[in-house]
Design a protein around this ligand. Structure first.
Ligand SMILES: [Zn+2]
Length: 122
């Protein structure tokens, strides 16, 4: 199996409800998003997917979150925009965006600080 990883970043504000601690207050993070995709096969060019193509899809998905107040966005109306839920959202939207059955989004990690991250495995 082949696995590719690309990294991107976004900045946004959020507020975690029913959360005891500083995260209940409105605050922001510079998130780092790591996306992993896997494939059993390579295309005619000998690659899983062109990195530029993959990055374009990842940036389009992550761009929907950049410089936003995440709690106001549709996917987070009924669930906290936690790093866990952000990772899940990116994984699901990326899978829809790629529309390539041979390429699987195997995990997405959302770093909300240098030493804290959440990973979602679809
Ligand atoms: Zn936070």
């Amino acid at each position: 199996m082949y696995e590719l990883k690309v990294i991107t970043n976004f900045s946004a504000a959020h507020q975690l409800k029913e959360f005891e601690g500083a995260c209940e207050e409105l605050h922001g993070h510079n998130w780092k998003i790591e996306v992993y995709v896997t494939s059993d096969t390579l295309n005619e060019a000998g690659v899983t997917i062109d990195f530029r193509t993959l990055k374009k899809h990842v940036k389009a998905v992550v761009g929907t979150l950049d410089h936003k107040f995440l709690n106001d966005l549709e996917p987070f109306r009924n669930q906290n925009p936690s790093s866990e839920n952000i990772a899940k959202y990116v994984a699901e939207q990326l899978a829809l965006s790629l529309q390539a059955p041979e390429i699987k989004v195997s995990r997405v990690t959302a770093w909300e600080s240098e030493d804290a991250c959440a990973t979602y495995y679809p």
